[in-house]
Design a protein around this ligand. Sequence first.
Ligand code: ADP
Ligand code: MG
Length: 503
Amino acid sequence: MLDLTFTPPAPKVIAGAKADWELVIGMEIHAQVASNAKLFSGASTTFGAEPNANVAFVDAAMPGMLPVINEFCVAQAVRTGLGLKAAINLRSAFDRKNYFYPDLPQGYQISQLYHPIVGEGEVIVEMSPGVARRVRIERIHLEQDAGKSIHDMDPSMSFVDFNRTGVALMEIVSRPDLRGPEEAAAYVAKLRQILRYLGTCDGNMQNGNLRADVNVSVCRPGAYERFIETGDFGHLGTRCEIKNMNSLRFIQAAIDYEARRQIAILEDGGAIVQETRLYDPDRGETRSMRSKEEAHDYRYFPDPDLLPLEIEQEWVDDIAASMPELPDARKARYMADFGLTDYDASVLTAEKENAAFFEAVAEGRDGKIAANWVINELFGRLNREGLAIGDSPVTAGQLGGMLDLLAGGEITGKMAKDLFEILWTEGGDPAEVAAARGMKAVTDTGAIETALDELIAANPAQVEKAKVNAKLAGWFTGQVLKATGGKADPAVVNAMVSRKLGL
Ligand code: ADP
Ligand code: MG
């Protein structure tokens, strides 16, 4: 069972610190909604298109153009909310967040400040087998992405690309429930996994498809518990926000740096200034971008072009009825139905596509054996060659067919490995390949028995030794395997050796 207490971990001694400090982290994650069209226009969202190829008049803020909500994006946000066990708000509303920037033709971003579509939910983040943390979700709202300024195409000019302008984002805001760099990274990874299972975000962090603003503060032991008891943020330290992180490794490095920076200031008698910072991966440090005093006054107000968004409970129920199985449920099922370990079940369910492949192999077969082959041979090989499961030269059908030969005793484990290699490089039907290559286990127990009887008769001293120390019986197995040219199944030979020697 998972341990879901809020008990923070024991205070960590942070390198270079004089006293004990604890970390408090809350995240705002921007996840691009998986949708072919933008939030308020029919323009395409294809990544990597020619600059300004995917821009509708409304995206370019042409006069008189009006936004029209994309129902599919709303459904995706609802699906995400349901996946995070969150409250769905049947009535939400869009607000204008006003600021000037060349990549924002409207002069404002349409967002949901006051009435988000999704309310409180949770993400269960497993830190080690059986130990998990419940990270509370505060809200999810829908908003538009901005365009992109291009400064490196010309020495004297800047360009803008509006392709991303108006693409739907879900901003997923967590409570400050994360207590260290590893937890923060594990949270992003888990959220990404859930979104990918739901099909609501591709989670391609390299493309900026999922990016995180990481809020970090430090406090003395005990302060966080008082915050949890009272809900008063005053017990926590002043936070700094590290913007636009799109790598799990950098998120950890940035939090680590930021914690040490803040502690050094506090231990020096200074105070933390609330500000937005940027992480520089080349230098491994965060740098101030803007302080709170310089923060924008966004002059939020309800967007007069859009009516409040009202959805029906029935529609939400329909979406709820079509939810896919999520990672935690699938993992628990693999452990219960196939007898897999926590670790193996985690590996197999990490990606939906991997899980589907495994299930196709395991269907009607021994799940544990299927898991071993999929994880060790197949995933191992894919990793080494840098291939995704979709590019696997060996299909689930081929691997399954090979496992059937193995289970039926038609080939030995050693032959199976050779056969896998041939299927990988040359392809083919497992049974046909095995037959063509003369891969056939000696199943004729008569032949095995004759070989063994001869050995026993010729080696009485060895027999006596094996009777005293059963481990020495392995010698007989080895000799029989040799005598049968490696085509006998070691398990069958072993059993016969034990029986004949009366072990
Ligand atoms: P804003 O939208 O101005 O950035 P929010 O109050 O919405 O401010 O908080 C943003 C994020 O910062 C949330 O994820 C929240 O949990 C987190 N947060 C708030 N206070 C702290 C703190 N003292 N330390 C760490 N994270 C915090
Ligand atoms: Mg923020």
